[in-house]
Design a binder for this molecule. Structure first.
Ligand code: PMP
Length: 356
């Protein structure tokens, strides 16, 4: 009972090499990726909690500080496209019931208006004609009138080709305790951006535009004032994926140890037992194995990495310290890999005298 015969056959595509035409992308983005970026994408994958991976994250943060012209500690990449940066900015900087003034002279102002309403903001759309930008006087008048918690401006409005000046805006914001968010998806790297000198509190960008990388990593920053706004929130950030308390922790913003936010067998003969007791309830892609009494699980993990160059993981959340987790997934789901993992377990357990 419950047996299903698969009726949908695999695509013929799997039999042939992937072919992609070479095109010169001269639209508003994505643009062709820089060859250095494409070459970097052929490098081996690392685990998301491996020390060499953390070093790369640190280097990225240094690069972002240069790109943003900021000495702020609070820079990172949001996993996702420019929209992810936009959503992270609004989800974290705006609380339900707070007022946001949105500079609106094209698609991106409209979208932030929509997004802010979804997160419960009281939205004031500060409009000007498509192709024009807001003057400092217009911005100041709106701040004086609405005293918003947040002001949004788009530096490069890619739907119209207008560039919004940011000079003097932060000073006006600070008079009202307003946090300044700037969209630089289509402008960062092409026109000057001075995060510190211009007093920008929250900024997001995109990777597939001027930066010339594939889409999927949105450069992001908070100033000290931006961070304070986050830490003083009365309500939790309504988005888990974009909660900067969690993502910032993974990027080393806080003094706590870095914690995982998002990704990243036949052991019975060794006397090991599965954590999930019922065969029917056991996931095949992530195998949880009980750590026997008296065994140092971390030493087994370390030995596997150092001697076999193989990653296995400890528990997470309710299983922390109680299990090992072995993934058998996709390209790595091969008998030879499983055998290597078993060998690493055998060796680690022998070292601790659990096995002879
Ligand atoms: N803001 C601006 C100014 C943009 O030009 C774009 C993309 N055209 C976005 C935000 C959204 O970025 P993405 O398409 O990477 O989600």
């Amino acid at each position: 009972p419950g047996e299903v015969t698969p009726e949908i056959t695999p695509s013929r595509l799997f039999d042939t090499p992937i072919k992609v035409p070479s095109r010169l992308l001269m639209g508003p983005g994505p643009v062709n990726a820089h060859p250095r970026v494409l070459a970097a994408q052929t490098l081996p994958l690392l685990g998301h909690m491996h020390p060499p991976f953390f070093s790369i994250m640190d280097e990225i943060q240094d690069g972002l500080r240069y790109l943003f012209q900021t000495s702020s500690k609070y820079v990172l990449l949001i996993s996702g496209t420019g929209h992810a940066g936009m959503e992270a900015a609004i989800a974290n900087m705006l609380e339900p019931g707070e007022t946001i003034v949105v500079g609106n002279n094209g698609i991106w102002g409209q979208r932030v208006t929509d997004l802010s309403a979804r997160f419960g903001g009281n939205v004031v759309s500060l409009e000007t004609a498509a192709g024009s930008t807001l003057s400092l006087e217009e911005i100041k008048a709106s701040l004086d009138q609405h005293k918003p918690a947040v002001l949004f401006l788009c530096q490069g409005e890619s739907s119209t080709g207008a560039q919004q000046s940011l000079a003097g805006v932060a000073e006006a914001c600070q008079e009202h305790g307003t946090v300044l968010i700037v969209d630089t998806v289509c402008s960062l790297g092409a026109v000057p951006f001075y995060g510190d000198a211009w007093g920008v509190d929250c900024m997001y960008s995109g990777s597939q535009k001027v930066i010339s990388a594939p889409p999927g990593a949105a450069p992001f920053m908070l100033s000290e004032r931006g961070l304070k706004k986050l830490l003083n929130r009365k309500m939790k950030v309504a988005s888990y994926n974009f909660d900067l308390n969690l993502i910032g922790n993974y990027w080393g913003w806080f003094s706590k140890a870095r914690q995982y936010h998002a990704t990243a067998m036949g052991l019975g003969a060794l006397g090991l037992k599965p954590f999930v007791e019922s065969d029917a309830d056991r996931l095949v892609s992530v195998n949880t194995i009980k750590v026997p009494e008296g065994v140092d699980w971390a030493a087994v993990v370390k030995n596997a990495m150092e001697k076999y160059n193989v990653e296995i993981a400890g528990g997470l959340g309710p299983t922390a310290g109680k299990v090992w987790r072995v993934g058998i997934m996709g390209y790595n789901a091969k008998l030879e890999n499983v055998e290597l993992v078993i060998a690493a377990f055998r060796d680690g357990l022998q070292q601790q005298g659990y096995l002879k």
